[in-house]
Design a protein around this ligand. Structure first.
Ligand SMILES: Cc1cc2nc3c(=O)[nH]c(=O)nc-3n(C[C@H](O)[C@H](O)[C@H](O)COP(=O)(O)OP(=O)(O)OC[C@H]3O[C@@H](n4cnc5c(N)ncnc54)[C@H](O)[C@@H]3O)c2cc1C
Length: 418
């Protein structure tokens, strides 16, 4: 195929596909239903706080190879920032204890044999037990494999699993957690350095891609929602954009990079994940010295509602993952409850809560349960000129930026091969 590739959905999956296709010399048109690109990974001006915020804090790791390659391609390799070493400060809100998880830089996990680097009250054997995940059955959950291993579970595996899979450990897939560990811990500490946007999500991951695409004569249309796909038995012939139909010729192709429920509504018979998990973010308008949350401005919390604190330029932002247990609580109740924990963690006045904004993403990612993983499709569809992309497709990774970018790159390669 040598014609135009029509990419539908300008989240990270669609953007990564468009960037890859443009780089191989394809003509590309990108359509986005919303007024702005980025999907679940975007920044916007919040009038109440009077500054720009991210829809949710996003943490990347230095081992996220596809994302780093994507940033390199769009000339934004310097737009993520993080510490030189894989160090994660933590606070136990229940016990008031602080510690820093300091991974060894190389592949040999020397840190688990060093009492000063591992968690207080744990021994090397507690960590080695996690290798059991490698033999987890397809239906096994993280809690079945790792719970009951005391402090190392409560203070490391549980927060790590919930952050990586956005699913409570009682139902989250042990195999998927092992896949994440192979991408991170197994590749050594230098693949586990935390990375965050230098300014905000859109400035790092979205706007440079749009500039790159515009420079490469990619047509980008916002507020363009795909309503229906016209097709023969095995070939897409048109995209009904509501009011106008984009004809798809014999040399053209389509990348459908929309969320799972939207894809299922457009492609009859497509099996997709149907369960999702929420993420709640609390943003407080306040400038705080970054070091209060460790050198990277990121502090992990256990024993409370808040799980991660991100100290940014103008706001302090908090993430609660797998947040279905709190997502229905009113913002007026959540904001002060989370603030009390932030104040304790950063040594601020608990009674002086700054202006706050609670952002609830009810369908932040698909539920990473064994049952839902079995519903993730590969890129190919019954239509030879339409491939799927999105963090919910069968990437082998959870619903993350890295998964979304890889899915877009896989879709682009599938078309190149065709
Ligand atoms: C609050 C929150 C916190 C997160 N934290 C992290 C984190 O710390 N680290 C991490 O790696 N990941 C994190 N994630 C996950 C990450 O954001 C997603 O995995 C990733 O953004 C998904 O990208 P995507 O392109 O697959 O999907 P989406 O971002 O959903 O993109 C799909 C796009 O398609 C568009 N669209 C929908 N219907 C149509 C239509 N009919 N026609 C045209 N366009 C359409 C949508 O508007 C959207 O822009 C987080 C997600 C959330 C919500």
């Amino acid at each position: 195929m040598t014609g135009t590739v029509h990419v539908v959905g300008a989240g990270l999956a669609g953007l990564a596909a468009a960037v890859d296709l443009v780089r191989t010399g394809r003509r590309v048109a990108l359509y986005e239903a919303g007024p702005q690109a980025g999907g679940r990974c975007r920044s916007y001006h919040d009038p109440e706080l009077g500054c720009r915020i991210d829809n949710g804090n996003h943490l990347l790791l230095s081992g996220n190879r596809a994302t780093l390659a994507y940033l390199d391609a769009i000339g934004a390799a310097d737009r993520l920032t993080g510490p030189d070493q894989p160090r994660f400060p933590f606070l136990d809100l229940a016990l008031g204890e602080r510690w820093t998880l300091a991974l060894s830089p190389g592949r040999w996990p020397g840190w688990i044999f060093d009492a000063a680097s591992r968690l207080p009250g744990t021994g090397a054997w507690d960590y080695l037990r996690a290798l059991g995940l490698a033999w987890a059955g397809a239906d096994a959950t993280v809690a079945e494999c790792l719970a009951g291993h005391g402090e190392v579970y409560r203070r490391l595996w549980q927060p790590f699993a919930v952050a990586a899979l956005n699913t409570e450990t009682e139902t989250a897939s042990a195999r998927l957690l092992w896949a994440v560990m192979r991408e991170t811990f197994e590749r050594g500490g230098l693949a586990c350095r935390p990375l965050v946007p230098r300014v905000d999500l859109s400035e790092s991951l979205i706007e440079p891609a749009l500039i790159f695409l515009a420079r490469n004569r990619c047509l980008v249309k916002m507020s363009a929602r795909l309503r229906r796909i016209d097709a023969t038995r095995d070939w897409v012939t048109g995209l009904d954009m509501g009011g106008s139909t984009q004809a798809i010729g014999e040399d053209d192709a389509v990348v459908l990079a929309v969320p799972a429920p939207v894809a299922a509504s457009l492609v009859e018979g497509l099996i997709v994940p149907t369960q999702f998990r929420a993420i709640v973010n609390a943003h407080y308008r306040m400038a705080v010295p970054r070091e209060r949350a460790g050198e990277a401005g990121i502090l992990g919390l256990v024993g409370g509602v808040a799980e991660w604190i991100f100290v940014k330029r103008e706001v302090v932002s908090v993430t609660v993952s797998a947040a279905d247990r709190v997502v229905d609580r009113p913002a007026e109740e959540l904001a002060p409850a989370i603030w009390r924990e932030v104040a304790r963690a950063l040594d601020l006045d608990a009674k002086a809560m700054p202006p706050a904004r609670i952002v609830k993403e009810r369908r932040a990612t698909f539920a990473a349960t064994p049952e839902q993983l079995a519903r993730r499709p590969g890129p190919a569809t019954r239509w030879r000129n339409l491939v799927l992309a999105g963090d919910w497709t069968a990437t082998g990774l959870p619903g993350t930026i890295e998964g979304a970018v890889r899915s877009g790159q896989t879709a682009a390669r599938a078309l190149a091969a065709a």
